[in-house]
Design a binder for this molecule. Structure first.
Ligand code: FAD
Length: 314
């Protein structure tokens, strides 16, 4: 039977919901599911992790060096935890965090990582998107090695939370940590709006907005809907919004219940980021725009007229 260790993603003492999505993927693999929290003070995150349904136990490593999530510092501890617990699987979300830490852990374990798991076919067989989501490949990993995998969080709902109270155990790992990488500073966009990656509703604007000032109409609609704001790469490259708002192949992969694409043509690299969205609404003045091929609802017209009307109506 599989025994699965999930590396918790957290920031500022709060567990990222991506971790609970990993738990859902782990349920499909089957077996015991434990969560590893590395932090300077892991107590609050560990309590959140212990509440996730289906988690057997939470392991914590409290070290001052774990104050900030540095992949070079985390990876040897993760590997030591995997080896100490004899785990068959190590998972983390396929977010910037997971993509940073897990390849290092895989390298230290001497195994190849399975990236971006979007479906579980068996304990060592998975599906994952390739060619910007244009094709799905089946991957068979060796069963005699630790399976290291990142989970495409947009493909999994978060495991429910609250009913569980798994035991929390402090791990004492004797691991020498590298000093060649150190934390300097964290520059983070500040916003009162929901987080783009976990928001239930997202309103995105494209090149058609024409300027950063014009993006105000996207913000106004988003605020009416309680939605996060996203953007196409063209809008980001033009400097209308910061790059952490980019949705798509080289941006965020998201799965909101409602996605509104406004003045966005629907290039394949953008659509890759919203493949798992629930309802897709498009506003575009070109009735032939490819976005209408995947939209559930489409409005053909000038966004500068339609969006303020929609916002007012809401
Ligand atoms: C390797 C690679 C990776 C990429 N990664 C990404 C990615 O992660 N995310 C991403 O988004 N793109 C990505 N791209 C770029 C992608 O190919 C497109 O160039 C980009 O998505 C286009 O952005 P857009 O739809 O805003 O602009 P455009 O394609 O220029 O579309 C603008 C749309 O607005 C409509 N429009 C214009 N004026 C109005 C108006 N007044 N009212 C209503 N509609 C109007 C037009 O009809 C048009 O459909 C990538 C490209 C490459 C090569």
């Amino acid at each position: 039977m599989a025994s699965i260790l999930i590396l918790a993603e957290h920031l500022g003492g709060t567990l990222n919901p991506a971790t609970a999505r990993c738990v859902t993927a782990a349920h499909q693999i089957g077996g015991d599911i434990d969560i590893l929290v590395l932090a300077a003070d892991p107590a609050a995150v560990a309590t959140d992790a212990a509440a996730i349904e289906g988690v057997r136990k939470v392991l914590t490593v409290a070290r001052a060096e774990n104050q900030h999530a540095l992949a070079a510092v985390y990876a040897p501890q993760v590997v030591a935890a995997v080896q100490a617990g004899g785990y068959s699987h190590l998972l983390a979300p396929s977010t910037t965090f997971g993509k940073d830490v897990l390849p290092r852990a895989a390298a230290l374990l001497g195994v190849a990582q399975v990236s971006d798991i979007s479906a579980v076919d068996g304990a060592h067989s998975f599906k994952r998107p390739i060619y910007a989501g244009n094709a799905i490949i089946s991957v068979e990993a060796p069963a005699d090695q630790v399976l290291v995998g990142t989970v495409r969080t947009a493909s999994y709902a978060a495991a429910s939370s609250g009913a569980n109270a798994a035991p929390v155990e402090a791990l004492a790992l004797d691991v020498a940590l590298p000093t060649h990488t150190r934390f300097v500073d964290l520059h983070q966009g500040r916003s009162d709006r929901p987080d783009l990656q976990s928001a239930a509703r997202v309103v995105s604007g494209g090149r058609a907005l024409g300027s950063a000032d014009n993006f105000a109409i996207i913000h106004a609609l988003a605020d009416k809907l309680g939605a996060a704001v996203g953007a196409s790469r063209a809008a980001v490259d033009a400097g209308y919004v910061p790059n952490e708002l980019q949705v798509g192949q080289t941006g965020k992969i998201i799965a909101p219940e409602l996605y509104m694409a406004i003045g966005i043509s629907g290039a394949i690299q953008h659509l890759t980021g919203i493949k798992d969205a629930g309802t897709i609404v498009a506003i575009n003045k070109d009735a032939e725009a490819p976005i209408f091929e995947i939209a559930d609802y489409g409005l053909v017209g000038d966004l500068f007229k339609l969006v303020p009307e929609l916002t007012a109506a809401l």
